[in-house]
Write a protein of this length. Structure first.
Length: 379
């Protein structure tokens, strides 16, 4: 094949031998590290053995656990200088490991643990710079985004500053789920309390302009469409930043018109069709719709079934009039989870039946014995 580098038989044999030797060396080092963990050998030599293994395999979670056990054993008393030196070593090691795998769960967790265990306030600015640098290399690294949010929380960084950071990331690349999601957390934090509800509503309306730019730049990318749905949900009457009914109707109709204009340019755009169906459904739910909006929702759902045929059954289950259109069938339940009304009724019935059966027993212990016996029968 063109562009494929070919090796001689001798070269392939040499490469295979080299790989086998590396694998054998890695197995020996990891086995030695696990043996030291089993023996609870908490010393500097164990730290060195673990370092060599995790630099080759950053995802070895068990050895990161062992490393934390060693660190806590070696530093039982709060000796500030000793702890700082230990933390510096850990930050250096984890940064090297992130160079091997920047999306390693155990490495990010260990780095955050060190940050808090060592009370490393002096390290906070470094961590913010590090995450900014890594997100410049890969702005969709959600591990890095999560770590940054935790650092911001620990360090008490102002939400306004972080909002500016997300703006810069979105302006450089609209396709950034993490940045959009972060904004949905930052904006309510900046404008919190009843007195700030009107200010939040005004800011959310300004956000609609930002997502419009994303729609017309990259209409096939779903990230901004999901954020748009969140914005509309917050402005819905009864929500945290509710607009007046008349103002809300005008806003939704303006958004619907904007999406329809986009559909004239991109008639096969799945996310634009879904947004139009959602907006029409929102008007119907708020008793602001009419026959035209119902027909519009139905037409868009028909188009979605055609262009996204793998999910045809999903779209047909939403109702042809758009009254249950597109993901809007799910509602928030008292427990904080989302499901359909039918699923909520079934769950409530199950709870009622379980409560009735439990009441038939003289004690909780007897009930648990019966329940386990029934589960055993069912296999």
């Amino acid at each position: 094949m063109h562009g494929v580098k070919r090796f001689t038989r001798e070269k392939r044999a040499a490469m295979r031998k080299e790989n086998e030797e590396r694998a054998a060396a890695y197995r020996a080092r990891s086995t030695a590290a696990m043996e030291r963990r089993a023996a609870k050998t908490y010393d500097a030599a164990s730290l060195e053995v673990v370092s060599k293994v995790v630099l080759e395999n950053p995802d070895f979670a068990t050895l990161w656990n062992f490393r934390r056990e060693i660190i806590q054993h070696l530093h039982p008393v709060e000796d500030v200088e000793a702890r700082k030196a230990a933390c510096v070593a850990e930050f250096t090691l984890t940064q090297e490991c992130l160079g091997v795998n920047p999306k390693s769960y155990p490495v990010w967790y260990h780095r955050e643990w060190v940050l808090q265990w060592g009370k490393c306030a002096w390290q906070w600015p470094v961590e913010l710079k590090l995450t900014a640098k890594l997100l410049a290399l890969d702005d969709r690294n959600f591990h890095c985004w999560t770590y940054r949010r935790n650092v911001v929380r620990i360090a008490g960084v102002a939400a306004d500053a972080e909002l500016g950071f997300t703006t810069s990331k979105i302006e450089s690349n609209f396709s950034n789920y993490s940045a959009w999601h972060y904004r949905s957390k930052l904006l309510p934090a900046i404008h919190s309390g009843e007195a700030a509800a009107s200010a939040l509503a005004a800011v959310l309306r300004e956000e609609l302009e930002l997502v419009r730019n994303a729609f017309f730049t990259a209409p096939e990318d779903s990230s901004a469409w999901f954020y748009h749905r969140w914005l509309i949900a917050q402005l819905t009457p009864g929500a945290s930043a509710a607009a007046e009914p008349a103002a809300f109707e005008a806003l939704v109709r303006a958004e619907l018109q904007m999406v329809e204009e986009l559909l004239e340019l991109e008639p096969e755009c799945k996310w634009a069709l879904a947004a139009a169906a959602f907006l029409a459904r929102t008007l119907q739910q708020q008793a602001m719709g009419d026959a035209q909006t119902a027909a519009m929702a139905a037409a868009h759902l028909d188009a979605l079934q055609r262009i996204d045929s793998q999910r045809e059954r999903y779209y047909t289950s939403t109702g042809t009039d758009g009254s249950d259109a597109l993901m809007g069938r799910w509602t928030r339940q008292p427990g904080g989870y989302y499901c359909t009304a039918a699923e909520a009724d079934a769950a409530a019935a199950s709870v009622a039946i379980a409560s009735f059966i439990e009441s038939a027993f003289t004690s909780k212990v007897e009930y648990e014995k019966w329940r386990r016996a029934e589960e055993t029968k069912r296999g």
